[in-house]
Structure formats: C-alpha cells, structure tokens
Design a protein around this ligand. Sequence first.
Ligand code: ZN
Length: 433
Amino acid sequence: MLASGVAFAGPKVLAVRAWPGKAYTRITIESDAELKFFVTTLANPDRAVIDLSDVAADAAFQQALSTLRNDTGVLTRARIGQFRPDLARLVLELNARAETAAFVLPPVGQYKHRLVIDLTPRDADDPIAAFLAKIIEREAQLERAEEEARGKTPIAPPALATPSAANAPIAAGKTAPTPEAAKPPVAAPPSRVTSGKKPVPAVKPFVVVLDPGHGGEDPGAIGPAGTYEKDVVLAIAHKTRLLLEQDKRIVVFMTREEDVFIPLADRVKKARGVNADVFVSIHADAFTRPDAAGSSVYALSERGATSAAARWIADKENQSDLIGGVRLAGRDPALAKMILEMSQSITNADSLKLARGMIAEIQPVNQLHKKNVEQAGFAVLRSPDVPSILIETAFISNPVEEKRLASASHQLKLARAIRGGIRRFLLAQPVRS
Ligand SMILES: [Zn+2]
C-alpha cells in the first residue's frame, strides 16, 4: 500500500500542453522518464481515457493540467485521478467523437520524454477537399469574368487578330463559340504547364502553396528576445496569401493556418494533393553567432549541399519532425526515391528559376545572407513535380533582425517580396497556344 505523502518512484510529470487545431488537437505530457500508458475511448459523453502506470496524480500533475485552457478544440475538460495506487487515470472530456492516437517521443532539444495524444474529430473538415472546392469556385468566377469581358469588348480586336480560331465560329453565327475558341489568345492567362503536367484550361487558377515552418510543439528557432520562428513565419504567410489572392487567377493554400504541428511529409503531401504550381516554405534562420544576418533562398539538392552552411540549415529544419513529433515514422523510402528520380530534374530547373526570381525580389527589402541560390536536402522540398523553394527570411537569432521580423510592417514588406517572386515565376510560364 502506498501511504499518502510518500513519493512515487515512477515518472514525474513536468508539464502538460495542448495544441488545439481545426484538423486535430494535440495534448503533450512531458515527463522525466518514459510514460507507460493505455488508451481507451468512451461514448455518451465522448471521452478519451489515458491510464498512466506508476504515475502519481499528485498536486504537481494537477497543477500542470490546470494550465490547459478550456477552449482547446475538441477537448472541453481534462481531469486526473489516482485510479489505483500504481495507476493514474487521465480523463479528457470531448465535445465530439474523436479518433484518439497516442505515442511517446524520446527527449530532443529542449524537451524531455513526451507522451503525445492526438485527438482528431471524426467530422473534421478535410482541408484539401475544402481547398479543391475553392479552386472550382474560382474557376467558375474566372469563366464568368471572361464571358463578361467578351460581352463588353470586341471579340477579336484587329490588333490581336488570330482569325481562324477566334472568328470562324462567330462568322458561322449558328452556335455559340466555345470559351476556348472565342478567347483572344493574348488575353489568356499563361498556362500551368510545368514539369510534364497535362495542360489545363486557361481559366484554371494558379495554385500556390505557402508553407509556414514549424508550429505547435515545434517553435522553430527562438530569438534572443523570445520571438518564435513559428509565429513570425505564420504571420508572413498569412500576409503573403492576402496579397497574392488580390489576383483572382491565384489561389493560395497554406499547409497550416494556425499554431499546429504538421509533419514535413504531410506538408509535401498537401502540396501534391492540391496540385500546386509552386510550393514556398517560409522560415527564419538561427545561428550561434548573433551577428549572422540576411535572407537566403534554398532549392532542393539530392546530390549534396552547396555549402556546409546549407547542410547545417537543412539538418536543422529537417529536425522539425523529431521536435514536433510524428506518429508514423515508417514510410516507403524506395518508392519515394523512385518517384523523385523520375521527375525531379525538370522540377529542379523550375525550382532554381523560382529561387533566383525570389532573391531578386527580396534583395531590396532585406540584405541577403547568400547572393546565390543555396541547395540542400530539405525534406519539405521533396515534391517531385512541384517547383519548391525554402526561404530563410532573416536571422531570428540576430537581435536587429528579430525585431524587424516581429514587426507587422516588415512582415508586410517581406510578404510583398514573396508575392513578387511567386508572380514573377508564374507569369513567366509559357503561354498556351
Ligand atoms: Zn525553420
């Protein structure tokens, strides 16, 4: 029997954190030794029950739990009790049915042992499906706008005459011209033909994927004044999206819109799932020396990093999965490699073009750390068929740049530059004939 007041020899709970999101809510229990756990779910009302072996439901655990706020996504309340002398029972009260997954992570970076509990609401919106619906809506808008423009302006202005295609159906006067045939070729937006993709209708909007780095449990780099990389890059991405979507031919998908952790492979999967034309990952750099400064733009290299610094940065950004915590590490590396080799080389050329244009746009806004495109093996850039770059906007480890990164006006300047770099690339795509 365990007398009250006697200290447990088992793991000590150090902190409990919650990361609520639209997609899922993550609860992290940090402890000084690995937690042994067992999960069950109950309905009416919906609950997730986590039994923790050799853990004391003591004041420290209660205190850690009390830091959870009540407006945390699917989680409404968390309570802990000593179910048996050797078993603490954590009950998570939910406001909806949710899939519950739990796993442990070994110590990494600033974190000790962690038990991660992911609660995914059964009726959670699929962000990709919602985005694809948005693209269809935008296509319809563009189509309507084009039809309207055709109604108001002469169908084939003499200066732009391409008689055979544009005039023939009109001259026949019997059937309405198809949108394709009636379209003056010069007025058509450039096609999205990249890297062997099939040509798509000219009214199809460009799809830009913005990828704010890190999030949730993974703060990214932390500035000397305490600014988190994950927060500034999210703010810059939101601003970039607003600016880009002023052009109705562009729709923007963000790999995360909130403070939530998304594994690197899922970011790539999302970009491919929405059939992206470009993928731009946004980060802030950190270095041990506080005077390191300036922006850098990276493209993927499978052959090796162009510099030791590039390799160092890539290793650091690739660590995100270890820090943020990925549930299933097992993926198929052989298959991934094969797909990569099939189409990577074409995309690499496009990625380099995108990166060079981006450097030209960023240069007037922020000094450059590297004047040339750097190449390294970033996991997040591994879409074989999507031109992809990673921008290190500035050094958050530099006190001057940290301050600038945190200011809304400088974020907006960077967002304008990123928009400029993306548009420069998209609008330079060959015009479909
Ligand atoms: Zn980063």
